[in-house]
Ligand binder design. Structure first.
Ligand code: IMP
Length: 195
């Protein structure tokens, strides 16, 4: 079975291919000749993930899945949420994004936050969604160098390190994306018992 993962991020692709085994062949956007920007114009993670997956299914005719992730901060009414990548501006600068979150939370007691990933899977035009959440809090200042995005300011519940102080394997086991992917894989394996 061939399945497109609507990404050009080689790390995400390789990690998922390893988890899926060789009965499902993952294809990237480049593999299917999609060199245009995949639209994500919706106001929710669910909407964006679905828009991306349906775009590929309808335009290229491949079964496909797409993901969308946001950091949701309780005291900021769920912001930056679907706008996480460009919270501080269109140049998608992680340092500026973290700075903005820290500024907005300045003096606020409630620092609860969560990462949420939504995966939309479209098979023969039928959509199924999978959600992964990791609860935690926003630290007072950045800690650690690993990872990307908001990792240095996010500490998952039950841990004393930020995501940026964890080994990649440890982060993946408990992360929002890891949890959503786990559900996707269980679903795909059930769909195709021969995997
Ligand atoms: P995407 O939907 O995976 O592209 O994620 C959107 C934005 O959310 C990214 O640009 C990052 O700012 C943030 N983000 C997503 N996943 C993570 C993560 O695992 N750690 C830190 N930030 C993340």
């Amino acid at each position: 079975m061939k399945l497109v993962f609507a990404t050009n991020n080689p790390h995400k692709l390789r990690e998922l291919q390893q988890l899926l085994g060789d009965k499902i062949q993952l294809l990237s956007l480049t593999d299917i000749g999609c060199d245009e920007e995949v639209p994500e114009n919706q106001e929710t993670l669910e909407g964006n993930a679905a828009e991306k997956a349906f775009f590929i299914f309808e335009k290229f005719g491949f079964n496909c899945f797409a993901d969308d992730t946001g950091l949701e901060v309780e005291a900021l009414n769920g912001e930056p949420g679907v706008y996480s990548a460009r919270y501080a501006g269109e140049d998608k600068n992680a340092e500026a994004n973290m700075g903005k979150v820290l500024d907005q939370l300045n003096g606020k007691e409630n620092r609860k936050a969560r990462f949420r990933t939504v995966i939309s899977l479209v098979i023969d035009g039928e959509e199924t969604q999978f959600e992964g959440i990791v609860d935690g809090k926003i630290l007072e200042e950045k800690q650690g160098e690993a990872g990307f995005g908001y990792d240095p300011v996010f500490q998952p519940d039950g841990f004393s390190e930020s995501f940026a102080e964890m080994e990649a394997g440890q982060k993946n086991r408990i992360s929002h994306r890891g949890r959503a992917v786990e559900k996707l894989i269980a679903y795909l394996k059930n769909l195709n018992k021969s995997i």
